[in-house]
Design a protein around this ligand. Structure first.
Ligand SMILES: Nc1ncnc2c1ncn2[C@@H]1O[C@H](COP(=O)(O)OP(=O)(O)OP(=O)(O)O)[C@@H](O)[C@H]1O
Ligand SMILES: [Mg+2]
Length: 457
């Protein structure tokens, strides 16, 4: 890719004199597109309506003076190359112009060759800055925030949202299937926020009993319960001034939800077994791979907390709904694992990529990443990954896919129940395998089986 500025545009601002005409002709001969304004106001109108690379201006102008033009031009294009010109040497004016960012100052009659050299230097500087800015925006939009990769519409919307909400202290609710990148997004929010130099503290609420969870979040005083042999600060205190990321927030039980809500509203709490009120400044980001509305309906999740959390929501689409991201992710993971395992995999064949594009990816990006890691590890030569390298279930995914019918008019929960039952049936009730295919944790599978009353084989 080249970053050339097409034809550099030079705006000359001076009254019509033989000298000015000579300057305009000289610039045109040298391949520049020259715009000529006879007074400050005409120049102002040009600067306001089209991009200018170079401004050569007499400083003592009618109506709007040259110094003003200089600052307007720089406001429009901070890299603009300004050459200030005056009839007689005026040290004060010259110093002021240079101080305001002019590249050069000349006393008439101007030295054409010197002007040319200054313009060339200015233009090449602009190209460099252009390249860097372009690179930054490309990095931002494609490789996004830190390690968050994506070019799909869905990911771009997420990048845009992160850009908007990162600088604020708003609580963010990230929802999406397992492995879609919720934790990476939470981290990106932190790293793009003014709190980036402070702590990013995590807590996963799954698998924690109510008591443990409360004390993990809010800490406890010595003797608060059997085994509390000393005071312990909770994650909220540890994350003071930084960001706290609470994963699987749906697992928090209603009594602890009350405490969390108070924390969000008043920014204060007490440690378990303590009476001192502790105030902290924490930005909260929470994630869930379950929809919270049904839990609210079943009174398992407090409605007031739900509304408090859902003000700013990021919904991460599953990978199967943003297939454009797959090639980019595949290549990024291949280079990552080449480095990690000292391999030299050169890429992937069309055929293998096609199967990747067709797969359902129940485990989303995590599943894709694990899949690539396995393939890279087993690849012994310097070559492309091919269909034969794919895990069996992916190779067969097209041919042997079984189908089942889902009637119209049923809830998502019923759909989920049917999917679990059918998957379990298809793998001979091997829970581990079923959980893998469904892309959920074994614990989650067991929990849901109990909840939906699914036969366990
Ligand atoms: N857009 C992405 N670009 C690069 N890597 C990604 C992306 N999304 C996810 N990953 C990778 O996939 C894996 C899973 O991501 P992450 O842990 O953020 O998912 P999650 O949504 O929090 O999953 P869970 O719901 O199971 O906790 C991680 O290794 C992460 O680095
Ligand atoms: Mg996670």
């Amino acid at each position: 890719m080249t970053f050339e500025i097409e034809t550099p545009r030079v705006l000359v601002v001076d009254t019509e004199t033989p000298d000015t005409k000579r300057l305009v002709a000289f610039l045109e001969e040298n391949g520049y597109k020259v715009l000529w304004a006879r007074d400050g106001e005409a120049a102002y109108n040009i600067i306001d309506s089209e991009p200018i690379n170079v401004l050569i201006s007499e400083l003592r102008l009618q109506r709007i003076d040259g110094m003003r033009l200089l600052s307007i031009a720089r406001a429009r294009n901070p890299e603009v190359c300004v050459i200030a010109v005056t009839k007689d040497a005026d040290v004060g004016l010259a110093t002021e112009a240079m101080r305001q960012g002019a590249y050069d100052f000349q006393v008439k009659p101007v030295n054409l060759e010197k002007i040319k050299a200054v313009i060339e230097r200015g233009i090449s500087h602009q190209q460099l800055v252009g390249q860097i800015t372009d690179l930054h925006t490309r990095l931002d939009s494609r490789y996004g925030f830190e390690n968050l990769i994506g070019i799909s519409r869905g990911m771009n919307d997420i990048f845009e949202k992160i850009r908007q909400i990162a600088p604020t202290r708003a609580t963010v609710l990230i929802s999406g299937e397992t492995g879609t990148g919720k934790e990476l997004i939470a981290l990106a929010i932190h790293q793009n926020s003014p709190r980036r130099d402070e702590r990013f503290v995590k807590l996963n609420c799954a698998a924690l009993s109510e008591g443990v969870l409360e004390s993990e979040l809010f800490g406890h005083e010595k003797g608060a319960f059997t085994g509390a042999i000393s005071m312990r600060r909770g994650r909220f205190e540890v994350a003071d001034c930084g960001t706290l990321f609470i994963d699987e927030v749906s697992e928090i039980t209603p009594p602890v939800q009350v405490k969390l809500l108070r924390m969000l509203q008043e920014r204060e709490f007490e440690r378990v077994g303590g009476s001192d009120t502790i105030k902290v400044d924490v930005r909260l980001v929470v994630a869930t791979n379950q929809r919270l509305e049904p839990l609210v309906r079943k009174k398992k999740f407090r409605e007031d907390l739900y509304y408090r959390l859902k003000v700013v929501t990021i919904e991460v689409p599953p990978l199967r709904e943003r297939k454009e991201d797959i090639p980019l992710l595949v290549n990024a993971f291949i280079s990552e694992f080449n480095q990690l395992h000292g391999k030299k995999v050169k890429g992937i064949t069309r055929g293998a990529m096609d199967l990747f594009m067709q797969h359902y990816w129940p485990g989303n990006v995590r599943e894709l990443r694990n899949c690539i890691e396995g393939m890279v590890v087993f690849c012994t030569r310097e070559r492309l990954l091919d269909v034969a390298d794919l895990p069996a279930h992916l190779r067969a995914s097209k041919k042997r896919r079984q189908f089942f019918r889902i009637p119209v008019g049923i809830s998502m929960e019923e759909v989920e129940k049917i999917a679990m039952e059918e998957t379990l049936k298809s793998v001979g009730y091997d829970k581990q395998k079923a959980a893998e295919i469904l892309g959920i944790g074994l614990r989650t599978l067991y929990r849901k089986m109990k909840e939906y009353d699914i036969w366990s084989g």
